[in-house]
Ligand binder design. Structure first.
Ligand code: DC
Length: 226
């Protein structure tokens, strides 16, 4: 039976970097579920859908053809046939993704797709509700956390490298707001699953974090939870 690792946590905790590295070490598929919500957010913004109107968002969801493909081991995200893998990384799309992800119809469509992808392969999935909702039977559940200022600094450095004009203060404010919204929404809020192991990446290197997760997976597989 294939194994699955669920990695959840707030923005900037290092989920995608760590999940990608863990998947590469295990030869498993890596699925960045945030990218799917980002593609839906981009679709709504481009279509001029009023972002404060849940029913307008829900009505527009069927038009957003989100597809995830793995090309040479890297995930690419397509929106109605267009590769939007880079476009969805813009800061305004982070907010749009967070907004649309609070709408039940959006979550239902994305969760169904995520479960289908995980059906018959070893997978490392990162997001906000993977351990609580998408893969409640995951072999291993990790909740990654890190100090807020460190998370904002990491996000800021990433954006700087891409030449984005945002200031550190803006990045910190956006991150705090997004975490608050993601944690307080009614449907599948960001929270640690009861059986998840919390890993604090504030003072850990990526390699240390990856090693810890690999060791935890060995324990979980030995414990017969696979
Ligand atoms: O991981 P990320 O920053 O790319 O995610 C963007 C937004 O998508 C995040 O603020 C909340 C939402 N999201 C979600 O609700 N559930 C997931 N499994 C992944 C992301």
């Amino acid at each position: 039976m294939p194994f699955s690792i669920a990695i959840d946590g707030p923005a900037g905790a290092g989920k995608s970097t760590v999940a990608k590295a863990v998947a590469a070490r295990l030869g498993a598929l890596y699925l960045d579920t945030g990218a799917m919500y980002r593609a839906v957010g981009l679709y709504m913004l481009e279509g001029g859908v009023p972002m404060e109107d849940d029913s307008a968002i829900a009505a527009a969801v069927p038009g957003a053809g989100v597809l995830v493909r793995h090309v040479d081991g890297a995930q690419r995200v397509f929106l109605n046939g267009r590769d939007v893998s880079e476009a969805i990384r813009r800061p305004e799309i982070s907010m749009a993704a967070s907004r649309v992800s609070a709408v039940a119809a959006v979550r239902e469509a994305m969760v169904a797709m995520q479960r289908r992808i995980a059906e018959d392969c070893d997978i490392v999935m990162d997001g906000r509700d993977i351990g609580t909702k998408v893969l409640p039977q995951a072999t291993l559940k990790i909740f990654l956390v890190a100090d807020e200022k460190i998370r904002a600094r990491r996000r800021f450095d990433e954006l700087q490298a891409k030449g984005a004009p945002d200031t550190y203060e803006q990045v910190l404010a956006d991150l705090v707001r997004r975490d608050r919204d993601d944690s307080t929404r009614a449907v599948s809020p960001l929270r640690k699953a009861e059986d998840a192991v919390e890993v604090d990446t504030t003072a850990l290197s990526i390699e240390e974090c990856v090693e810890r997760i690999l060791a935890l997976l060995q324990d979980a597989l030995r414990g017969g939870r696979a």
